[in-house]
Design a binder for this molecule. Structure first.
Ligand SMILES: Cc1cc2nc3c(=O)[nH]c(=O)nc-3n(C[C@H](O)[C@H](O)[C@H](O)COP(=O)(O)OP(=O)(O)OC[C@H]3O[C@@H](n4cnc5c(N)ncnc54)[C@H](O)[C@@H]3O)c2cc1C
Length: 381
């Protein structure tokens, strides 16, 4: 067991953190409180790609960097501290890239290569207005029609959705050979439309509804045949849930940093509030929750990197880290007193982001049910 970063990882994190302050923070600051336009998001993406953000997990022979999952996590955590919104875009680009690694060669050429160059933005459409936790009940239909499939349905909560040039859409395949979830790569100009959803936080990036009305998709755009889609998605989630957890760590770490500074500066009863034992207890608990989250998350990513089955580790780590971020950001508000709830101080923003992370890529309840099923051998859902 080794809890230390390699020299290469330390250097990568240091130089990346400096780059983020110089190049990415100005973009995030320019659009603080607003939606980051697609052009600016793509500008950020192109700046981040040379550091392996958005392309780092894809093998070198396919145009990525072939980094290990732990190194990607270390860099991603830094990015999420500077801009949670831009980190969502990078998370989705990363996930789409991983789905396309095993796609047929013509799709790798037409979609993976431009994705890795930052020329295309992708998204993944699983959730629907009536279908969230139970993926197998997806209602979007893909019906075979000669050489095409006609896709009809509505997707909801799709990150990168309104920016997207294409989507990996999950639909129920309908054909004589068999049903079940299938994955298709569908271009925006094939006919899907989108509309952004306003949320309590993370509004700098796009979370959208997407509409498919008999969209014709050539059969060679299928990347998982009917019945194979669920397995593909569950494998993807083992690696992506810890990254959502690292967003939560980043949010919580920012809340802790703000709280330490505020507690040292704010004076009541003739002394800094940091001199009170109850404030110190809060700070101590916040720091422990963040550090415990990190250990679980990097352990989960190490599992993924070693090619081990990681659904238990990913669920435990994502559940713990995102719930910890809710607690830590609430503690940060408390330490800031009245100032905490004003828009002038950043802790309210962090407090509005944390609960969102307990929902995306599977709610906390679903993570508990996954853990329970694995440990007990009996599904309760
Ligand atoms: C910011 C954001 C980004 C997202 N990005 C994407 C994306 O890019 N692509 C995509 O496809 N989806 C995305 N999602 C959707 C996300 O994965 C779903 O919101 C999530 O899976 C929960 O589904 P739901 O919202 O329909 O809640 P529901 O499934 O309706 O759940 C409602 C409540 O009931 C609970 N519940 C449900 N079933 C059970 C059960 N059996 N036992 C106990 N409790 C239960 C849930 O835990 C929750 O508390 C995103 C969501 C958010 C908020």
């Amino acid at each position: 067991m080794n809890f230390f970063l390699t020299e290469e990882q330390e250097l990568a994190v240091d130089s990346f953190a400096r780059f983020l302050q110089a190049e990415i923070k100005p973009i995030a600051d320019r659009y603080r409180g607003e939606k980051i336009p697609k052009a600016a998001m793509q500008e950020a993406l192109k700046l981040l790609l040379p550091y392996g953000m958005g392309n780092g997990l894809v093998p070198e022979e396919l145009g990525g960097y072939g980094f290990d999952e732990v190194t990607i996590g270390l860099l991603f955590e830094q990015l999420a501290m500077v801009s949670p919104d831009i980190s969502v875009m990078i998370l989705i680009q990363t996930e789409v890239g991983m789905l396309l690694v095993d796609a047929p060669e013509h799709i790798r050429e037409s979609h993976l290569t431009p994705l890795l160059a930052g020329d295309l933005l992708g998204c993944i459409g699983i959730s629907e207005p009536d279908v969230g936790s139970n993926i197998s009940e997806i209602k979007t239909r893909a019906k075979q029609d000669g050489d095409d499939w006609l896709i009809s349905g509505e997707k909801c909560w799709i990150s990168n959705g309104h920016y997207s040039d294409f989507i990996v859409v999950v639909s129920q395949g309908e054909k004589a050979a068999g049903n079940g979830l299938a994955l298709f790569v569908v271009d925006r100009d094939m006919g899907y439309t989108s509309a952004d959803i306003e949320k309590m936080g993370l509004n700098g990036q796009s979370t959208a509804q997407l509409f498919f009305d008999q969209v014709p998709v050539p059969a060679d755009r299928m990347i998982s045949p009917p019945g194979e889609g669920l397995k593909t998605l569950l494998t993807l989630l083992q690696g992506s849930r810890p990254l959502v957890g690292l967003m939560a760590v980043a949010v919580a770490q920012c809340a802790l940093n703000e709280s330490i500074q505020y507690a040292q500066e704010r004076k009541q009863f003739g002394k800094p509030i940091a001199a009170n034992q109850l404030i110190q207890a809060r700070i101590a608990n916040m720091s422990i929750k963040i550090e415990a989250s990190r250990l679980l998350l990097y352990k989960a990513l190490d599992h993924v990197h070693r090619g081990l089955r990681s659904d238990l580790q990913a669920a435990q780590a994502k559940l713990f880290a995102t719930e910890a971020a809710v607690d830590v950001t609430r503690d940060a508000l408390a330490i800031h007193g009245g100032n905490g709830i004003t828009l002038e101080f950043p802790v309210q923003d962090l407090y509005r982001i944390a609960p969102i992370l307990t929902v995306t890529e599977g709610t906390s309840e679903m993570q508990k049910l996954i853990i329970g099923r694995i440990l007990l051998g009996i599904p309760a859902f």
